[in-house]
Design a protein around this ligand. Sequence first.
Ligand code: ADP
Ligand code: ZN
Length: 602
Amino acid sequence: MERDPETLLHSVFGFEQFRPLQKQVVDHVMDGGDALVLMPTGGGKSLCYQIPAMARGGTGIVVSPLIALMDDQVAALVQSGVRAACLHSGLAAGEARAIEQELLTGELDLLYVAPERLLTPRMQELLQRAEPALFAIDEAHCVSQWGHDFRPEYLQLAVLGRQWPHVPRLALTATADPRTREEILERLEMPAAERFISSFDRPNIRYRVTEKKNARQQLKAFLENEQRGNAGIVYCLSRKKVDDTAEWLQGQGWEALPYHAGLSAEQRRRHQDRFLSGDAVIMVATIAFGMGIDKPDVRFVAHLDLPRSLEAYYQETGRAGRDGLPADAWLVYGLQDVILLRQMIESSGADAERRRVERQKLEDMLGFCELANCRRQALLAHFGETDHPPCGNCDTCQEPPETWDATDAARKALSCVWRTGQRFGVTHLVNVLQGADQERIRQLGHDRLSTWGIGEDMDTAQWRGVFRQLVAHGLLTVDPDGYGALRLTEQCRPVLRGETRLTLRLDRKPRKAGRRQRQPGEGLQDAASHELFEALRACRRRLAEEQGIPPYMVFHDSTLMEMVAARPETREALAAVNGVGEHKLERYGDEFLEAIREVITS
Ligand code: ADP
Ligand code: ZN
């Protein structure tokens, strides 16, 4: 039975219309074409294959690398009344057989399969007897041998096109530079696939970078002023810092949980489940956390340590705001981060070429931190999109940093590095510049240098800011074995000789914390709306708990917000809200209408 894609979009998912690129992909696949789909996280890739799978006869076969993700997607589809299932090693033999049977009798619209399973002779034989509607290869960058997520089994997926030349195939990913793109099509043997590539911009994420002063207090202020009641992730570099930070946050009254590779699998699973099912849980994690987390309502990603590259930063911050509602990417960084990362690179045991690449990535990251213009523009340009105007939704757009002519200060700082023998870290250098009267300085004879005391006009924080920015701009470099000792680079010569002038950012004075509560409070100005939103959240929590699923699978925050705005009092009115499909209306409609009625009439 063929069904119309638009009708399915309304009736099953309750959405008003396709996003522009979704529509093109769906039309193309309905016509039997192959497609490469590149969209950022939250761009809406899933509908591109889910809807054609339902609309075409037979079963859509989805290849996905992570069991947790598969289970999640299937559970969400079942919530919407879609006949979906998955086959992976986590299933008991009996369960798997029942699903295979459903596949053969055509009772499934979508079947999610792990790649290694799909390639078994048993599965191939089953598929010969079944009717595949399409093949969707999710996280298709896993075929790339150059990427971090390489999965050897993905290479064999090319067999699908040979076995089923007339069944459309889609390769989907959120991470692919032009080289990886071509590699995907080549390795999957999809030369004729049409490419559907959307911008990588995540306009709902606000980017913010601040100088690290007292990281914990800064985090505390950020959470208290802006993120009450929200779920988010705090990334730290080390396991120890993760544990300490989580404990500290707990002590401050937040529900915070640690996550890193040093915890048992059981603990990690428990913490992850809690994160997914709670409304306002903070996960404090190393980068081990995030892959395969589909939670749509992560409202913030905070970095207490500098990520090693812009790629890592973009991927990690990209976990915020999948649902399209406002979200924050917040980072504090200081010179100490640079020193630490440099030491890690140099002591990593990687070969010289690899270390050179890593150093370059770190420099790009630093450059991003010290920008005086739009951060989004710079990020997107780094990924090859050079035609974006300033965004208006990053810190540098919203509060353009002041700059100052730092040429003289820089020359003083650089010559102080030179005269002390390029063997000292920033604390000592600043002491010398400020003419500190210290035993150690006298012992080293640094009080007799021409640079001793020439920087009394600036305070310690200002000098540290100058040194940090000189490193970020590549005029100084951190000696990796010298306990943070700073050395001059080739690039500093023109400044030192007075041939060029240098403009630096003026470090911000810590602002008095203004209240800027973000989602989900934002847009709900009046108290009555707040009350209604909280009532709907409570209703959702109860329904989710009864079934042991995360609340967002019942309805997304955005759907609850629309209910608050529309205040539907009838089933018809509720059905018009985005995200309320027929199945969910049937299942949950009355409960939500009741919750709305209670608040309105009280
Ligand atoms: P991706 O897999 O690309 O990260 P998803 O497929 O998970 O993105 O979709 C991201 C979010 O956007 C989901 O919350 C989804 O429900 C929503 N969404 C997708 N397409 C539409 C649409 N046409 N209208 C409204 N919401 C949509
Ligand atoms: Zn901007």
